[in-house]
Design a protein. Sequence first.
Length: 208
Amino acid sequence: MRQRLILLIAGLFVLFSFVLFSYLVHKDIFTNFDFDTTVKLQDNISRRFDNKFSILSDIGAFEIMLGFLILLLFALRKIRGIFILGFFGIFHLIELYGKFFVDHFPPPEFMLRTERIINFPQFHIRSENSYPSGHAGRAAFITILIGLLIWRSKKITWKYKVLIWTVLFSYDLAMIVSRIYLGEHWATDVIGGTLLGGSLAVLSIVLF
């Protein structure tokens, strides 16, 4: 019970941080930070990585992540997994709300470096704004969810827990960097997406 309370407070705190951060983004507080971050990443990362980072764009797509989440919950065999799916859905509703109502245009076309790797039908709603990043949010949701499930597990040794957490963190970091480097999103977009996805993952575990 105490663990659930701590997770509830932590989840609500991060969610509140997302709301506050979104307000600041809407007010264009971080314009220079966004532009400078993208320029620095694109200046210091070789174009040879365009293809590799673009693969992450396909892996982080809604359809791929939803399929992975369903398989994960099926493997866990708990009816309460429906709550996790529900919070995953809530994430996308808030994401769409942000992209329609938070005035934050995406990086200009000349900064875009994404390459098309896998061609398959994808669910995508076009909007003029880019906040928050769905890819970064989904990555945070999935990795934090798995991380907390690993933390709860009594069958996995701490050695393997640390190893899994390191892999999860590395995936998150790569996704965050890729979204900015490829010119798909500004830094604030991925920060907002990470806060939103992370907070809802924590809150979903409270009910799991």
